[in-house]
Ligand binder design. Structure first.
Ligand code: NAP
Length: 278
């Protein structure tokens, strides 16, 4: 089937309809907290594994839709223990640390151990019946020797992210890789679910989605969160990698046609990167 022959009005498919229980890693982070809030707002059941239970409970504690377990992604056994007997339909990983040395690297919490080996541990504990693994990566992973990514990659964060992407691709799990630019909006420090659910990116700048790692720019965390949540519902995003940025301008999207809006963006990105499929 060519991309253009896909039914653009097809809202969701039997496969994506079956997603109910979603594991989110990185839930206490700037992007992760918005993803979890969006998922709670849409009544999904969320499981999260965090290093700091108190921090997670402060953020999401009142919601009956989330189960919070302790764990550290550097220790595969802690993931296995928390996930024992849990039904997981899909996983979203927005794990990360700083690109440059900082206090967040203390104890070995550096890009090698989080972006690469941490994600590898997570992929290792997924069961083969997982319906989707969404990995948040970064623009520039295929251009880490070019400016400005050369600077960002001084401590190899982009190389480690690319390694994780490749492990995921060869895992056989149905995947979607989302590569944002430098993140804007949040992290939110007022730590309450309502603030997170209602967070908006102001005048909602125009969303550009592409393939082939050609974009340069910034991306709102709110838009990345929405991309991850909507990608879960769309089979056209299975086994695909997308870059995403915001530009000056505005996209009008109502809650009613949100899924169709994202389906059009994801599908167009594939058509543009693969013009022969027209
Ligand atoms: N920031 C940017 O400009 C940018 C640009 C492109 C791509 N990205 C990527 O986008 C994603 C989200 O970025 P962000 O800035 O919103 O994230 P963030 O705030 O840095 O959050 C990172 C998350 O990873 C968790 N984490 C770190 N080490 C862990 C460990 N050992 N075990 C379990 N969890 C651990 C953190 O938990 P704690 O709360 O316990 O620390 C936190 O929830 C990341 O993958 C990032 O690399 C970011």
């Amino acid at each position: 089937m060519t991309i253009m022959s896909m039914n653009i009005t097809e809202k969701s498919t039997p496969e994506s309809n079956k997603i109910t229980n979603i594991l989110v890693l990185g839930a206490t982070g700037g992007l992760g907290q918005i993803i979890v809030a969006k998922l709670i707002g849409e009544n999904y059941k969320i499981i999260t594994i965090v290093r700091n239970i108190e921090k997670a409970q402060k953020l999401f504690g009142d919601s009956a839709n989330i189960q919070i377990f302790p764990g550290d992604v550097r220790q595969q056994k802690s993931l296995e223990k928390s996930l024992a007997n849990q039904q997981i339909d899909a996983t979203i990983s927005c794990l990360g640390t700083t690109a440059f040395p900082s206090t967040r690297w203390w104890g070995g919490n550096n890009p090698e151990n989080i972006d690469y080996l941490g994600n590898q541990n997570l992929i290792n504990v997924m069961l083969p019946n997982l319906k989707r693994f969404i990995l948040v990566s970064s623009l520039g992973v295929e251009r880490s020797n070019q400016f400005p990514y050369k600077i960002l990659n001084l401590f190899k964060v982009l190389d480690y992210k690319l390694k994780a992407e490749n492990i995921l691709k060869s895992s056989g799990l149905p995947y979607t890789i989302i590569r944002p630019g430098r993140l804007t909006d949040g992290p939110y420090t007022s730590y309450d679910l309502n603030t997170l659910i209602n967070a908006t990116s102001g005048n909602r700048k125009k969303i550009i989605i592409s393939q082939g790692d050609k974009l340069l720019g910034e991306t709102s965390r709110i838009i990345v969160a929405e991309a991850c949540v909507e990608a879960l519902k769309l089979d056209c995003t299975i086994n695909q990698t997308f870059e995403i940025i915001n530009q000056v301008g505005k996209d009008e999207i109502s809650d009613n046609d949100k899924l169709l809006f994202w389906q059009t963006l994801f599908t167009k990105a594939q058509t543009n990167s693969n013009p022969d499929s027209k």
